[in-house]
Design a protein around this ligand. Structure first.
Ligand code: SAM
Ligand code: SF4
Length: 324
């Protein structure tokens, strides 16, 4: 399914819940209020929407949140999506706090890969950046994910000025011994925490320089034209190092994704507020055909890209309500 700019839209990122067991400073305010359960898609509603999305060409699914692993019906949802014809891959982005127990059953249910967020290796800085996290739980989650075959493991690190820019080289070092894809992400501004986020951006050029100052020049790897990360390797490294420069060098021309929020809105661009309400028509008895038309029209109306360079900040949601 092509949008009006000729991009092939086939990747759906689904926020299963806006709730989370952490409170990362770059993602949500400390006093975050969550949506009432009645406003959220139920299992059967969600699986139905994915089936309809698959029928218009979506073949890759990523489950995110909030924190997807705190959803009470996660395994049933993964199993339900895995059975939909046309879905080639189900992946998940998680903080890994609950992955030690869940990795194996998730793999059995049909999950293929995980991206795990880890912004520092230091226990005290991890607690500060997540407001309440314990780094040991994340490590146990990473080990469990590897053991369950949820590979290749990608690690996401949002670099936040004053919190973890000194940790970049230590995180990059992990790729010497592990076949992991370590990705460093610029903080994106959204909603009520935008002022803090704008003040916290560490540009990719600085991230790269911090790594090269320690390890020497990075070796560039080929780019596939739509991965948001530009990837490199440390000399002799087993894994890769990627940089996601949404703020300083946007990559909207390669964007093939749309998002479904836990309250049933199709969000056309991460950093713009344009959304299509699917929940209301779904609960009002819309047919599959009517919902299919709404999804297809949403894809056709996908905006070209965000307007961060023009200081246009999407205000309606914070990141945990969209899923990254
Ligand atoms: N809770 C899960 C996690 O943290 O991996 C999934 C949801 S989280 C919103 C998805 C991704 O978005 C994470 O990798 C997180 O680090 C990233 N993220 C959150 N806020 C961000 C921001 N303001 N800018 C860039 N990335 C952000
Ligand atoms: Fe939760 Fe993920 Fe947001 Fe951190 S980044 S608060 S783990 S949703």
């Amino acid at each position: 399914m092509n949008d009006s700019y000729g991009r092939n839209i086939h990747y759906l990122r689904i926020s299963l819940t806006d709730r989370c067991n952490l409170r990362c400073v770059y993602c949500m305010p400390a006093d975050m209020r969550f949506m009432p359960t009645a406003h959220l898609l139920q299992n059967d509603e969600l699986v139905r929407l994915v089936r309809i999305a698959a029928s218009v060409g979506f073949d890759r699914i990523r489950l995110t949140g909030g924190e997807p692993t705190i959803h009470p019906n996660l395994l049933e949802i993964v199993g339900g999506i895995a059975q939909i014809s046309g879905i080639k891959e189900i992946a998940m982005t998680t903080n890994a706090v609950r992955l030690e127990k869940l990795a194996e059953p998730l793999a059995r249910a049909g999950l293929k890969r995980v991206n795990i967020s880890i912004d520092t290796l230091d226990a005290e800085r991890f607690r500060k950046i997540t407001r309440l996290g314990k780094i040991e739980q994340v490590w146990r989650g990473i080990v469990a994910a590897e053991r369950a075959g949820l590979a290749p493991i990608k690690l996401n690190s949002v670099v936040v000025r004053g919190y973890n820019e000194d940790d970049i080289a230590d995180l990059a070092r992990l790729t010497l011994d592990h076949a992991w894809d370590m990705r460093f992400i610029e903080v994106m501004p959204l909603g009520s925490v935008a002022d803090f986020q704008i003040a916290s951006v560490v540009p990719v050029a600085e991230m790269r320089a911090r790594i090269e100052n320690v390890f020497g020049a990075l070796e560039p790897l080929e780019w596939n034209g739509h991965d948001p990360a530009r990837s490199y390797r440390l000399r002799g490294g087993r894994g890769t190092i990627g940089f996601i420069s949404s703020v300083t060098a946007p990559f909207c021309e390669g964007c093939e994704r749309m998002r479904l929020s836990s309250d049933g809105r199709l969000r056309l661009c991460l950093l713009r507020d344009d959304e299509v309400d699917l929940l209301t028509p779904l609960r009002a008895g819309a047919s599959d055909e009517e919902l299919r038309a709404l999804i297809a029209r949403g894809a056709q109306n996908k905006p070209w890209g965000h307007g961060l360079a023009q200081n246009e900040i999407a205000g309606s949601r914070v990141m945990s309500q969209i899923g990254g």
